[in-house]
Design a protein around this ligand. Structure first.
Ligand SMILES: Cc1cc2nc3c(=O)[nH]c(=O)nc-3n(C[C@H](O)[C@H](O)[C@H](O)COP(=O)(O)OP(=O)(O)OC[C@H]3O[C@@H](n4cnc5c(N)ncnc54)[C@H](O)[C@@H]3O)c2cc1C
Length: 388
């Protein structure tokens, strides 16, 4: 496709930024990102990047930056909520590198965002406009007109909706599809590792119990312990999905759990305890129209039990850019992208939901007795977005 076409990306999250970089690396010269928030930012939490994601990011030229900012756990374990007994062990580190040819990393989300922003800042093909919330799209024969909340308009040949779960782009194309409460609430926090008497070993540990789980892993070269605590909850009718919580509220969820968990909760900084109502949306069969296409959570939001949402979004970025570079017209490129991505993304969405049910089953004692269908054993790590 002509590298001078005007491409508009809605949303400067991990998907939008990765997509812009992937397009610029393939020679596209006019890439405009519109972000609703007045400034770029990620939540104070960690992010797991499987080799499927790091392979894509390394291919975008970010290998050195990732190596400098990421932690690479040598192993991960799944433990029993009460006894702490190890139920399952997952090889990481050199085993993953040797098997998949790319690393398994954990990183502070703000650091990941920073790596992408730094790379974009060096690239004159990409421009980011902040404080631009998309209201509506109008398609025409040439492409699409974007209408923003301040009534500014912008014309583009191609629009890529990377605006997350509550995607305005998706809504303007296919009508409103309600984002429903998944039945899970997540607490996220970062705890200074220095507050612990011993280093977390192995550096990634998941505790599972009935209707609850508690994940801890190291980021910032072992300086911080990222925690993700997820519990089943009743209907969610509060305004907003990210709300301040309290350490007491979190502690109440884990009453009777292993002392490692209770100790970790005691160390959560009071001002840094937030909770998220995890929402999901019905899968949509088609991700594109004439000039507009969806990627990342806007196309396929998922519950986080495989830690694959951002990784899948990064894969989308690379495959979509390749499809646009390879094909002469939008229809063929969008179809090629969707054909390459839809089945995989839908599979990961479904597997993530099922994994949540297994991890929080009524019988944690038997977990791991059969071969667990994890992102590794399902073969998800092997995906190469540059050859798919
Ligand atoms: C508890 C939890 C843990 C997770 N852990 C992991 C993990 O370890 N590994 C992993 O791979 N994934 C993980 N995920 C999933 C991951 O966070 C998401 O899949 C990923 O952030 C999606 O990126 P995105 O860019 O598609 O969407 P988002 O991150 O939602 O970004 C969308 C962007 O679009 C902007 N926007 C929205 N509407 C508009 C508009 N109308 N106009 C302009 N801009 C707009 C937003 O402000 C935002 O910047 C986790 C999720 C949760 C809830």
């Amino acid at each position: 496709m002509d590298r001078n076409i005007r491409i508009a990306i809605i949303g400067a999250g991990l998907c939008g930024l990765s997509t812009a970089l992937a397009l610029a690396r393939l020679g596209f010269r006019q890439i405009q990102i519109f972000e609703r928030s007045p400034s770029l930012g990620e939540v104070g939490a960690g992010l797991t990047l499987g080799p499927n994601a790091t392979r894509a990011l390394i291919g975008l030229g970010l290998g050195d930056a990732l190596q400098q900012s990421c932690d690479e756990p040598h192993a991960g374990i799944t433990r029993h909520w009460k006894t702490g007994a190890v139920l399952m062990r997952s090889a990481r580190g050199s085993v993953i590198r040797e098997h998949y040819g790319a690393p398994y990393y954990q990183i502070h989300r703000a650091d990941m965002l920073d790596i992408l922003v730094q790379a974009i800042a060096k690239n004159s093909a990409i421009n980011i406009k902040m404080g631009m919330g998309l209201l509506a799209t109008e398609e025409n024969a040439q492409g699409a007109v974007l209408i923003f909340s301040d009534r500014q308009k912008f014309s583009a040949d191609i629009v890529i909706g990377c605006d997350g779960l509550k995607s305005s782009v998706s809504e303007s194309l296919f009508g409103a599809t309600a984002a429903n409460f998944s039945g899970y609430v997540a607490w996220r926090a970062l705890v200074p590792a220095a507050a612990f008497s011993a280093r977390l070993e192995p550096p990634a540990q998941l505790f599972i119990g009935i209707e609850r789980l508690f994940m801890r892993y190291l980021v910032r070269h072992g300086e911080l312990i990222n925690i993700v605590a997820i519990a089943r909850a009743q209907g969610w009718d509060e305004e907003g999905w990210m709300l301040p919580s309290t350490v007491e509220e979190l502690r109440a969820q884990y009453f009777g759990w292993h002392e490692d968990i209770l100790h970790t909760i005691n160390l959560v900084p009071v001002e840094q305890c937030f909770k998220w109502a995890i929402h999901v949306r019905e899968a949509i069969p088609t991700w594109y129209t004439n000039a507009i296409v969806l990627a990342g959570d806007a196309a396929h939001p998922m519950v986080p039990f495989m830690g694959m949402g951002a990784s899948t979004a990064i894969e989308d970025a690379v495959v979509l850019a390749r499809a646009l570079a390879l094909h002469e017209d939008r229809a063929t490129a969008f179809l090629a992208y969707q054909t390459a991505r839809h089945t995989r993304a839908s599979f990961i969405q479904a597997q993530s939901a099922q994994r949540g049910l297994r991890l929080m089953s009524a019988d944690p004692d038997s977990y791991g007795a059969e071969r667990e269908m994890s992102e590794d054993s399902l073969g998800l790590f092997a995906y190469d977005a540059f050859s798919a």
